[in-house]
Ligand binder design. Structure first.
Ligand SMILES: [Zn+2]
Length: 335
């Protein structure tokens, strides 16, 4: 049995495996610019964030109906549950779909169909986080929030993702204030490709509760000290950093140094279909590459539940943390 964990940094669009992409393309009459799944997999050799984003948004053309989104989410939950995920807070990018003529209600209600059944079918509790594309305008983000209003009961928080460089958090101050007024919680990607200063802005200008990625905080000792003191969760994605060339080797990933510095770290998969592994694979990879002890792995798993938005179900949170504390790594090694 794998170590129980929560996944807090997962883009549902980034779970689109080549096989499902081709199946949905056939169903929806969409022609993909790839001969087969093999040729598509070969296109996953990214130079940087932008080259990934180009392919990522291109492939989304196959997602058109509520059933497509439900199938996508259910496929993720099946894989995640098999790797020990017991709670998942799932990002989605409405603008990437509305720009193609897919209504926001189709996206949200499709995902919700799979999420509503997730606890029964997979033993995974879920929350939905609506992300704004930071390379789009602040007005577009505001329009997106407005159009999501009929579906707000499905959404727990807002987030900020896509191309970071040149798109500082402060650009989205107004939409984050509006989201908070609607009772939504707040997270944002910061300090992945962008500088440590963007992490400060996300905290001070947007008032986020978690930083997605944030590893570039390590360039700013004062910020590290503050993040540790305020126990701000960081949702790190080591395999993503490797595939997008934020680091050259997994052995160079700052995760262990960040934990040594007292930072509140979690490990996640980001866009697992594209980055070579789901969250259990990621735990295995960092354990190998960084020589993490069982205590460190347990700390990461415990952190994932502590940092999750489970305030409305503290009983479940406590039960899951107790499972982490009682977890026997010997069992896993014998498998
Ligand atoms: Zn991400």
């Amino acid at each position: 049995m794998p170590l129980p964990k929560a996944e807090l940094h997962l883009h549902i669009e980034g779970t689109l495996e080549p096989e499902l992409a081709f199946a949905l393309a056939a169903r929806n009459g969409v022609t993909l610019p790839f001969k087969d799944t093999e040729e598509l997999r070969r296109a996953y050799d990214f130079r940087d964030l932008q080259s990934f984003l180009d392919l990522y948004y291109g492939l989304m053309a196959v997602l058109r109906t509520e059933d497509d989104f439900a199938e996508l989410a259910d496929a993720y939950l099946t894989r995640a549950a098999a790797q020990g995920v017991r709670h998942a807070e799932i990002f989605f990018d409405p603008q990437a779909h509305t720009a193609r003529g897919v209504p926001i209600g189709t996206v949200i209600e499709g995902l919700a169909t799979a999420l509503d059944a997730a606890e029964r079918r997979h033993g995974v509790s879920t929350r939905l986080i609506m992300c704004f594309l930071r390379d789009q305008s602040a007005d577009s983000a505001l329009e997106t929030l407005e159009s999501a209003k009929p579906h707000l009961h499905r959404i727990t928080a807002v987030g900020l993702d896509s191309a970071e460089a040149g798109n500082p958090p402060s650009k989205f101050r107004e939409v984050y204030e509006a989201a908070a007024a609607l009772g939504l919680r707040k997270v944002a990607h910061a300090g992945e490709e962008g500088p440590a200063a963007y992490v400060r802005e996300a905290l001070d200008v947007l008032g986020v509760e978690r930083i997605d990625h944030g590893l570039r905080c390590m360039e700013d000792p004062e910020l590290v000290e503050r993040l540790a003191r305020e126990r701000v969760p960081l949702t790190l994605c080591p395999l993503s950093n490797l595939r997008l060339r934020v680091i050259d080797l997994l052995e160079e990933h700052p995760l262990a140094r960040m934990m040594d510095a007292g930072l509140f770290c979690t490990v996640n998969s980001d866009d697992p279909a594209y980055f070579g592994g789901y969250v259990g694979d990621t735990f295995h990879a960092v354990r190998e590459a960084l020589g993490l002890s069982e205590d460190r792995l347990r700390e990461l798993a415990r952190n994932s539940f502590e940092a999750s938005f489970l305030e409305d179900d503290e009983e479940r949170r406590a039960r899951l943390i107790a499972e982490v504390d009682a977890y026997d790594f010997g069992v896993e090694l014998q498998e």
